[in-house]
Design a protein around this ligand. Structure first.
Ligand SMILES: NC(=O)c1ccc[n+]([C@@H]2O[C@H](COP(=O)([O-])OP(=O)(O)OC[C@H]3O[C@@H](n4cnc5c(N)ncnc54)[C@H](O)[C@@H]3O)[C@@H](O)[C@H]2O)c1
Length: 351
């Protein structure tokens, strides 16, 4: 097939898990000229039927029904089922975009990586903020950033409460920091507190990278306002990035000293919806067989860093004697950190 023919070929896509976020995948696939939405599957048939009707596609009776009719699938089931569903689809020979966080623990994330490798399939992870125009805008001007301040705060909603805020919200910023700094993290210090749920609802982490860059990252789902900001400094420059507004401002020192002069530049940013850009990238990876930027390895690295943040939070909680109500409630799955003394006994995932 010629490159030009390859670019115009529609990728046959499906969505598995048509809840809150899976519905968005179906909506965007319907809007993308390079995709043909061939069907949706949800173990709740009513939800699948509602989304299928809304976006003019069919419901599928099970995952096996995707064989032969789809090339690529978005997996937007709860995190606890990512590995089980994702591995099954990869084994069926389908390319997979699995939502973030990639899996419930590193062993299951590794199982996804192994299945993709074994079957030579594309594995993308839904780190959608990497496609935020504000993040894309700062990438070309990076010059050894050394200090980051990151805030991702939200008001309380009864969503994604099965996971600590680190895996729900902070993981977006951990992934972006790894992509911007491009160095291993040498030190992690974190504190996190359950406020309204029996999981960590608000957390702060201080990360130090091998080259000396430091990041202060705060994530909260129990705040009074919604903030989605990353600010960072590099030599003679300050960059302020707003994920919500999808724009970035660069402030440069034109003249230092007691009467400094500054230059302000709004960085050129596209107006694309991040999920559009993310699913476009997935379609392109499926066509070209080139690794997407948020590939399985990136998803694994973000999850690993999130696990280190959780480990530090547990260590801090133990030190300051925070009692964990989860130890007795025992109804939510916990995240395992191998070799860690956990605050909560992780339950077995529903395999
Ligand atoms: N990238 C982002 O910014 C972002 C935002 C929100 C949610 N998410 C992720 O998307 C995933 C889904 O979140 P949500 O808020 O849409 O959850 P949800 O509970 O609204 O929807 C999940 C759906 O999956 C279905 N389901 C459960 N197990 C299934 C299985 N084995 N096979 C098929 N269907 C199954 C459920 O019936 C439900 O309809 C989570 O991993 C979450 O972390 C990502």
């Amino acid at each position: 097939m010629s490159a030009q023919a390859g670019q115009t070929k529609k990728v046959r896509v499906a969505v598995v898990g048509t809840g809150e976020f899976g519905r968005n995948h179906a909506r965007v696939y319907r809007e993308l000229p390079g995709a043909e939405l061939v069907g949706v599957y949800d173990k709740d048939a009513t939800r699948a039927a509602a989304v299928a009707t809304e976006f003019g596609t069919q419901t599928l009776r099970d995952l096996a029904a995707l064989r032969g009719i789809a090339d690529a699938v978005s997996v937007a089931v709860p995190t606890v089922a990512h590995a089980e569903v994702g591995c099954q689809l990869l084994e069926m020979g389908l390319d997979v975009l699995v939502e973030k966080p990639m899996a419930v623990n590193l062993a299951e994330a590794q199982a996804l990586l192994d299945a993709a490798k074994r079957h030579n399939r594309i594995l993308q992870v839904g780190h959608v903020e990497r496609f935020n125009p504000a993040v894309v805008a700062v990438e070309p001007i990076l010059k050894r950033p050394l200090f980051f301040e990151v805030h991702r705060l939200g008001v309380f909603t009864p969503r994604s409460l099965d996971v600590d805020v680190i895996y729900d919200l902070m993981i977006h910023d951990l992934d972006i920091l790894l992509a911007l700094v491009k160095e291993p993290v040498t030190e992690v210090k974190a504190v996190g507190i359950p406020v309204l749920t029996d999981k960590v609802d608000i957390a702060h982490a201080r990360l130090e990278f091998v080259g000396g860059a430091v990041a202060n990252v705060t994530a909260s789902r129990v705040s009074t306002e919604r903030v989605r900001k990353m600010r960072f400094f590099q030599q003679h420059e300050y960059i302020s990035l707003d994920y919500g507004r999808r724009d970035a401002l660069r402030v440069g020192v034109k003249k230092a000293g007691p009467q400094p002069e500054f230059g302000f530049e709004k960085l050129p940013a596209s107006v694309v919806e991040p999920l559009h850009a993310e699913l476009e990238a997935f379609l392109e990876a499926a066509r070209s067989r080139q690794e997407p930027k948020t590939n399985g390895a990136a998803g694994y690295a973000a999850l690993e860093l999130a696990s280190r943040v959780m480990a530090s939070i547990r260590e801090h909680a133990k030190r300051v004697h925070i009692q964990d109500s989860r130890a007795t409630s025992g109804h939510m799955p916990g995240f395992e950190v191998p070799g860690m003394d956990t605050l909560v006994e992780p339950q077995k995932t529903t395999k």
